[in-house]
Design a protein around this ligand. Structure first.
Ligand SMILES: [Zn+2]
Length: 449
């Protein structure tokens, strides 16, 4: 069987549970006094001022230089820092709901609540990486017009029963012939996915890896339909052959060996190829014991007390990483540093919602910034990766930096993340499309879980 038939989503009555916090977007607002990190790599602007009109930035400058237009609302951000909203280019939506992880959770309500969790943490857009079920992701994509934007790769491609981990495994197209692969791409392309996802990984010898003639057919057919292909990989050799086959980017970084000169030479010929790091997935082997952020207020805003305990325990010494896992994590961080030094496009991704990512939607996107800094990026580079680069990867031209004409999607922080990237977790407020996300209402919703 080529295509999985999936049950239709029963849907939910419009507006019953989800006040999507559609912001007030009329009028003009002058924001004054914040340190402004534009997210383009330039130094921050101290004591900034900027004007938002019709959801977009219309002027940016210094306080005192920009006059408030007649009728403008003024918001004082003195002492705060403003930075672009984040974009998470590798997530899995709909399966995880609290501590439960099941295809039965895959409903419109679950997806919308998850998008609200991203919005709460200042993530303005996510890419669902190939574990969509049926038409639901495409329906929710066009409906979800406030809060975090929802992009989807729909169903990805693998050998039969060899794609994403259980319980997401049956969401993928299982293909064995080039004709099937091309037919699957044509069916998917008709739904206009934001990317096509393929799994090229034998999961330590437990499943069959997608064969090179099959991924060549998928990439060729996808490109014929104007859609790009992102590959899940683990191995250096697969990354090289996929580059030769014309792949557009990678959902993870090479993990089995150190990146070598041959790979860097291939990447130099293909400067638009991107890597999404998903360091969060390796967190237990990266951190030495319980991370300090476990006690951060935002962790408790998002998770139940039991979830917090389980997350903390996952870093405890009860089941310490093996030496091989520790070395694997160090190699992964080295590879990120090597790619960064070579000028390769790095974007933010976490695999949240998947097997290793857990249900830490939004929180993990913030922690990924800290992990990028551990890998050797400066805080400013990590912010560029998480916003501008990820916007470029997903072709979200209205996002990524704070600049005239861009959508007004930004975080207001209590302290400067260039001093300590952990300050990205100290969120004062979040704005998307020019309006403030009602974070207090979301906290109330989740406190009643
Ligand atoms: Zn994934």
């Amino acid at each position: 069987m080529l295509v999985c038939s999936l049950p239709a989503d029963p849907g939910s009555p419009e507006g019953l549970r989800y006040d999507r916090s559609q912001p007030t977007t009329a009028g003009i607002t002058l924001f004054e006094g914040a340190r402004l990190i534009a997210g383009d790599g330039r130094p921050p602007v101290e004591n900034s001022a900027f004007i938002v009109q019709n959801n977009r930035f219309t002027r940016l400058g210094r306080k005192g230089e920009l006059a408030a237009p007649a009728g403008a609302r003024r918001i004082d951000l003195s002492g705060k820092t403003v930075m672009p909203a984040l974009i998470d280019a590798h997530v899995h939506l709909g399966y995880r709901k609290g501590l439960s992880f099941s295809a039965e959770n895959y409903t419109r309500d679950t997806i919308l609540d998850t998008l609200d969790r991203f919005a709460y943490c200042g993530v303005a857009a996510v890419l669902e990486a190939g574990t969509g079920r049926g038409d639901l992701p495409f329906q929710v994509r066009s409906d979800a017009r406030s809060g975090a934007r929802y992009l989807t790769a729909g169903q990805g491609f693998a050998m039969p029963n060899a794609g994403p981990g259980v319980p997401m495994r049956d969401s993928a197209f299982g293909v064995t012939t080039e004709a099937q692969a091309r037919e699957g791409v044509r069916m998917l392309a008709a739904k206009h996915p934001d990317m096509i996802k393929i799994w090229v990984d034998d999961r330590n010898g437990t499943v069959e890896k997608l064969k090179p003639p099959l991924y060549r057919a998928i990439i060729d057919e996808a490109h014929a339909h104007g859609v790009r292909v992102m590959a899940h990989i683990a191995a250096l050799d697969d990354a090289k052959d996929l580059l030769r086959a014309g792949v557009d980017g990678f959902g993870h970084v090479v993990r089995d060996r150190d990146v070598d000169d041959e790979l860097l030479a291939l990447l130099k010929q293909r400067p638009n190829v991107f890597f999404v790091e998903t360091l969060w997935g390796e967190r237990q082997a990266i951190y030495d014991g319980k991370p300090g952020w476990i006690d951060a207020p935002i962790v408790h805003d998002l998770l139940s007390p039991e979830e917090v305990v389980r997350l903390a325990d996952s870093f405890s010494s009860a089941a310490p990483p093996t030496p091989a896992q520790r070395e694997g994590a160090r190699r992964l961080l080295r590879n990120v540093a090597t790619l960064n030094a070579a000028g390769v496009v790095l974007g933010l991704g976490t695999d949240t919602g998947g097997v290793t990512g857990g249900q830490y939607f939004g929180l993990a996107s913030l922690i990924e910034l800290e992990l990028l800094v551990r890998a050797g990026l400066t805080p400013a580079q990590a912010i560029v990766a998480a916003a501008r680069n990820s916007a470029g990867i997903l072709r979200l031209e209205e996002l990524g930096t704070l600049a005239v004409g861009k959508s007004a999607d930004f975080l207001v922080l209590e302290a400067n993340p260039l001093d300590d990237i952990g300050n990205t977790r100290r969120i004062s407020s979040v704005y998307m499309r020019g309006g403030e996300i009602n974070r207090a209402a979301l906290r109330t919703r989740w406190a009643g879980r």
